[in-house]
Design a protein around this ligand. Structure first.
Ligand SMILES: Nc1ncnc2c1ncn2[C@@H]1O[C@H](COP(=O)(O)OP(=O)(O)OP(=O)(O)O)[C@@H](O)[C@H]1O
Ligand SMILES: [Mg+2]
Length: 257
């Protein structure tokens, strides 16, 4: 479903590639966790997939469409099917929960309607349904800034689900939360993605978490893939290879969470 070939990106002014010749084929419904030390290129890889970063070379196909070559309109359409969940939630804090979740419906509306926030009955219905699903029923008119971290991340999940996504990308979706909430939110994302057969690619820091929620782990070190396999196949040697004997290895890889 997602075919990444020889993807390479180096940021301006840097002397090393952030992503270095990454090739990866991901089937529909896989739950891929990307592991790697800080600065290894996890976020850059995700940003290339949703085109927040234009990679310098390589290709990314989603459902056989080359998204890097796609014209603007088509690229918007493909992007519309990619839900994003970020560590810092990326919500409109001053807006209501409902307004944020409705943003997930933009791709179902014309640009003009979207600008004026003219959503259809169906859009409202979908937003309320997804809010119910993530456990936020009754909070639609609350301002996002009044919510807790866990609730905010639930809003972001509902927004992503409203897009009817083929893929959900999560850039450390639980890193701002305490351990109990981390588990709750990962359980929620995972159960919904399994139920709806949504492909999910998340960067996570904690090894134990990765093992628990991934159907496949991809380890990267300095922009290159150094492990690709099932969580059960990950050995101590692989773990050192992924993190290096860094502070990250000590914190996340060695002791778990
Ligand atoms: N906008 C940018 N401009 C220049 N260099 C960048 C930029 N963003 C990231 N980098 C560099 O690219 C490399 C990969 O960064 P990236 O953010 O992808 O790593 P990461 O694995 O997500 O790290 P973390 O776990 O800390 O989030 C790092 O060396 C980083 O300094
Ligand atoms: Mg990152």
């Amino acid at each position: 479903m997602i075919a990444i070939k020889h993807l390479t990106h180096r940021y301006d002014g840097r002397d090393e590639d952030a992503v270095n010749d990454v090739s990866l084929s991901i089937a529909k419904g896989e739950r891929v966790v990307i592991l790697g030390a800080s600065g290894s290129g996890k976020s850059t890889l995700l940003k290339c997939i949703n085109r927040l970063v234009e990679p310098q070379s390589g290709s990314i196909e989603i459902n056989s469409e080359d998204i890097l070559k796609a014209k603007k309109q088509m690229s918007e359409r493909i992007r519309g099917k990619i839900g994003m969940i970020f560590q810092n939630f990326n919500l409109l804090e001053r807006e209501t929960v409902l307004a944020n979740v409705l943003n997930g419906r933009l791709r179902f509306n014309s640009a003009l309607r979207a600008v004026f926030g003219m959503f259809s009955k169906q859009d409202y219905h979908e937003a309320e349904e997804q809010l119910k699903r993530v456990g936020l029923e009754g909070l639609s008119h609350e301002r996002v800034s009044n919510l807790s971290g866990g609730q905010k991340q639930r809003v972001a999940i509902a927004r992503a689900l409203c897009q009817k996504p083929d893929v959900i990308l999560g850039d450390e979706p639980v890193s701002s939360l305490d351990p109990k909430l981390m588990k709750e939110i990962m359980d929620l994302i995972t159960s919904i993605c399994i139920e709806e057969n949504i492909t999910v690619i998340t960067c996570l820091h904690f090894l134990d978490f990765a093992k628990k929620y991934a159907s496949r782990i991809v380890g990267i070190n300095k922009g290159s893939i150094v492990f690709d396999g099932k969580p059960g196949d990950l050995t101590e040697k692989d773990i050192v290879e992924i993190y290096g004997k860094t502070r990250d290895w000590y914190i996340y890889g060695r002791t778990g969470y």
